[in-house]
Design a protein around this ligand. Sequence first.
Ligand code: AMP
Ligand code: MG
Length: 358
Amino acid sequence: MKTKLIRVDAEDLQDEEKSDSAKRALEEAGEIIRKGGLVAFPTETVYGLGGDALNPESSKKIYAAKGRPSDNPLIIHIADMEHLGRITKEVPQSAYQLAAAFWPGPLTMILPKAEEVPCQTTGGLDTVAVRMPSHPVAMEFIKAAGGYVAAPSANLSGKPSPTTAKYVVQDMDGRIDMIIDGDGVDIGLESTIVDLTGDKPMILRPGYITEEMLDRVLGQVEIDQTLFKADSNLHPKAPGMKYRHYAPKGELVLVEGNPEAVVSYINEQTRMRKERGEKTGVIGTSEMAGRYEADSVKIAGSRKDEAAIARQLYTFLREFDDEEVAYMYAESFAGTGMRQAIMNRLLKAAGHKIIKLD
Ligand code: AMP
Ligand code: MG
C-alpha cells in the first residue's frame, strides 16, 4: 500500500490564506476514514492511528497495521459533546463534570458502551473508552471523518508512541492510507484514562491530567495499584497496560537515590559496558548535565520541569534505538502529579528494572 503523507499545521487552520487548503486536505483524510481506510494524525498527547470506530472492519485493520493483540481495546475520539450519547449508555454525572473541566484535552473516560459500538473496537468489552482531543488538526479531522475515530497510538505494537510524524512514517509507511504531519506534539505521553463504570472513579493509566486534578473535580479518585508493581501475575484493569509497551531495543535501567550517588553508579556501569565494547546511553536532567560519561547523553531539562521530561521521553527512547544503544540508564522521577505518568512509562520501558541507592 502506498501511504500518502500530507502536512497540516494547527496554525494553517487559523491562517486566512492557508485555511481553505488545510481544510480540504483534512476533508480528504476524513473521506479515507469514512470509506474504511486508516489515517495517522497528530493529537496533543501522541500521534494516533485512526479508523472509523463504528466500522468493525476498520478496527480489524488498525490491529493488523499495529500488530496489536485484538483484546486490547481502542479509544474512540470525538470532537463534539453531542456525539457522546451515540456510543455510550447511562453517562454518569461525573463524566459531564470531567468533560466540563478537561475536554477537549488529554483525558479518556471509560463508560458503558452503546450497542452500536462494534465489539472489535472495544476488544470484546461492554465498556468504551472516549476522548475529545484538543489539537485543532485532530478536531477538524475527526469532524471530517464523521465524528467517531477509533485510534490507538500510531506505533507498531511494543514500540514507544510516536511524538513526531517522522516516527509514524518509520513504523507505518506502507501499512496505512495516509499520515497527517502536524509537527511535534505538546504533551508527549498518552492520555490519562479514568474508569467511571465502578463504585469509585479509578485511574487506569496516569497522564498529564493528574490524580490531584481529578480529585479536585470529583472528590476521591483511586489509582490502579497494579500499575506500579513488577509482579506479572497482577493484571492491570486497562487491558493494554499489561503489555511491555514503550520498549526500546536495548536494556533500560532506572536509578533512584541522591543525585551524586546516581551519577556515580551510572558512570560506573557505563564505563564497564564501554570496556566491553557496548554502546551506552543516559536520560538525565540539566542539574547533572556534563557529569555523565555514556556514549549518548539525553538531557530532558530541569528535574523541576516535568512537562519537558514527559514531552521528550519517547523521542529519547526512539533515538537510542536509532543509535543502536545497547544499555541505557535513566534518572528516576518518583513522585506525585505528572511524575506518576513519567514513572509509569519509564518503568514499563525498563521492564520494571530499578536500582534503589541510598
Ligand atoms: P492506546 O490507544 O495505545 O493509547 O491504548 C488505549 C488504552 O486504553 C489501552 O491501554 C487500553 O487497554 C485502554 N482501554 C481502551 N478501552 C478500554 C476499556 N473499555 N476499558 C479499559 N481500558 C480500556
Ligand atoms: Mg499505544
